[in-house]
Design a protein around this ligand. Structure first.
Ligand SMILES: Nc1ncnc2c1ncn2[C@@H]1O[C@H](COP(=O)(O)OP(=O)(O)OP(=O)(O)O)[C@@H](O)[C@H]1O
Ligand SMILES: [Mg+2]
Length: 248
């Protein structure tokens, strides 16, 4: 703007500039912090398919007074305990039929912790089958990522971990010592682990060492959720956003 032919210069306020810079730095720090904590789930997890990240309590359908409603409520309560008590140790076990929603509710619990924990924490999801394949790959190619040390590192840095589909890696009904040692190291590295499995308690005991099975429910409250009364949803829907009204 011109005044008597002279450019009017906006008054310079060093204090305001400094305040602006501080605000910008704070915003950068907080988005870095968010990436480092909430972003851990997508950044470090080992999933079979990316749509697993979309599983939440909101898109887990359950009509009133159905087994699904009971499971959803129970998983919701456990998730609440995890994010309200970020330091309490305790593992949980979700067991039962294929397609019953174990993976869905396990990821929903991680998403709930990601959304509600204050301060923000790191969550991690690991597909056991995929982990074992990645680790075997590492033994052949030491430049690949999933070394035993990497596994211990990512697991121990997480506040809450899902070990998904334990048993799928041991289709013969007996886990090799490599698998047992790997799983045992994971339970040693973190004591806030949610395990999902298709195996019954008897099958768990015949597949894994008993000290490993007892670890699965160890700690605060020892929580197990039984999905055996729920039928397989896979033939009915195309996933979390499927449209069948036969759910729940
Ligand atoms: N109540 C539900 N509402 C919405 N989607 C559901 C529900 N239950 C299951 N699903 C969906 O059905 C599919 C199978 O569920 P999920 O993978 O959680 O089963 P699972 O118990 O982990 O099975 P498996 O033992 O074979 O791993 C997923 O796409 C999941 O999102
Ligand atoms: Mg599953």
């Amino acid at each position: 703007m011109y005044l008597d032919g002279v450019t009017k210069i906006k008054p310079f306020c060093p204090g305001c500039v400094q305040q602006g810079n501080i605000k910008q730095q704070e915003q950068m720090l907080s988005s870095l912090k968010e990436k480092e904590t909430k972003g851990y789930l997508k950044g470090q997890s080992l999933v079979d398919r990316d749509d697993v990240f979309t599983y939440t309590f909101d898109n887990f359908r359950a009509k009133d007074d159905t087994p699904e409603a009971v499971l959803k409520e129970r998983a919701g309560l456990i998730a609440g305990q995890y994010y309200e008590h970020l330091d309490i140790k305790g593992n949980s076990l979700l067991y039962g039929n294929a397609g019953a929603g174990k993976t869905h509710l396990a990821m929903a619990m991680l998403n709930a912790v990601n959304d509600n924990a204050d301060p923000m924490v790191r969550c991690l999801f690991i597909s056991v089958n995929k982990l074992i394949r990645e680790m075997k790959n590492w033994f052949n190619d030491k430049t690949s990522l999933w070394s035993p040390k990497h596994v211990t590192d990512v697991v121990s840095k997480a506040n809450l971990v899902v070990l998904d589909d334990l048993g799928a890696e041991s289709a013969t009904g007996t886990a090799t010592s490599f698998v047992q040692d790997t799983i045992f190291d994971i339970y040693e590295s973190n004591q806030r682990i949610i395990t999902t499995t298709n195996l019954s308690m008897n099958e768990l005991y015949s597949t894994y060492h008993s000290r490993l099975v007892s670890r699965m429910q160890e700690g605060y409250g020892g929580k197990a959720i039984d999905f055996t009364k729920v039928r397989d949803k896979r033939p009915l829907i195309g996933g979390a956003n499927g449209s069948s009204d036969r759910l729940g």
